[in-house]
Design a protein around this ligand. Structure first.
Ligand code: GUN
Length: 297
């Protein structure tokens, strides 16, 4: 097999962002509304700070109103819940995102449950997770798996009847990825296997994958002998590993890219693959939230 074709998440997300910027402009012009997103950061985790700033910047580029709220690393549950309630009741805000993971004193489950399902653009709230699972599209789709599905679509990959193997079972990626791939929807209809840290004979599963989605958070875990010739490899991992550069680190995925690129038919790079799609789909959800809350859909 020749070297894999690279799925360019930067280019695909740029196209989606461009279309969404036009939609934001149309909403202002024709409906006199502006989508608004609140981004809440509790604490000082350096990676979370970067992600939150990227989300705010993208809002600005698309014409979406953004409200960044930073609470100290010692913030109490009560303070975070008070802020969520304030944002739930703020008409300028259509979407609320509390960056994960919060510091240990914060019970993330309780925070997620407190976000109004109508404003839960992350799709972490049980109401929206349930809607996603049952195929009810009146809720939201979680940004990262939604981004993976869009990358497949824009790359001409139809998962119908294919064996999709998901590595990882997190609530943010693995579980919703499984639910979205198995739906009776165009582009989905896959036969899905979910593998995780307790899976025995992992390689047997990964080697039978037509589509492999790596979301286990272990740097360069997927080696060349773990994939099938011609597989489509989607790398959700973003891991900081030490590097001899001025930052002191570099980003690598959950896939050993150099080892797999010669064997896969299509592969996402890190960075520049799934990452930029997550933010694009967050913007997409925020626009959808705005339209729902203004009875425009
Ligand atoms: N941390 C890592 N990914 C995400 C995400 O999609 N949303 C939020 N809120 N936090 C995250």
């Amino acid at each position: 097999m020749d070297t894999a074709k690279i799925i360019d998440g930067k280019a695909i997300s740029a196209k989606i962002n461009e279309e969404n910027a036009l939609e934001v402009a149309r909403l202002a012009r024709e409906c006199n509304v502006q989508p608004g997103l609140a981004v809440v950061l509790v604490g000082e985790d350096p990676a979370s700070q970067v992600y939150v700033n990227m989300k705010v910047k993208k809002c600005h580029e698309l014409g979406i109103f953004s409200d960044k709220r930073v609470l100290s690393k010692d913030a109490t549950m009560e303070e975070v819940l008070t802020l969520v309630h304030e944002l739930n009741n703020d008409p300028k805000i259509n979407g609320i995102l509390v960056q994960s993971p919060p510091p240990p004193q914060i019970d993330e489950e309780k925070i997620i449950a407190a976000i109004s399902p109508n404003k839960d653009v992350d799709c972490f709230n049980a109401v929206n997770v349930g809607k996603m699972l049952t195929g009810d599209n009146s809720g939201f789709l979680p940004c990262t798996p939604y981004g993976v599905m869009q990358l497949l679509k824009h790359s001409g990959v139809d998962a119908c009847g294919k064996h999709a193997v998901v590595l990882g079972r997190s609530n943010i990626v693995g579980k919703p990825m499984m639910a979205m791939l198995v739906q009776k929807h165009a582009g989905a209809n896959a036969t899905v296997t979910v593998c995780h840290s307790r899976t025995q004979n992992l390689k047997e599963y990964t080697r039978s994958a037509d589509i492999l989605i790596a979301a286990i958070g272990i740097p360069e875990f997927v080696k060349g002998d773990m994939i099938k010739e011609g597989a489509v490899v989607m790398d959700v991992g973003i891991n900081r590993v030490e590097a001899d550069n001025e930052r002191g680190y570099k980003l690598v995925g959950d896939v050993d890219y150099a080892a797999c690129a010669g064997k896969a038919s299509l592969i996402t790079p890190v960075p520049g693959g799934v990452g930029p799609m997550t933010i694009a789909m967050l913007m997409d959800n925020t626009i959808k939230a705005c339209k729902m809350q203004n009875n425009l859909i």
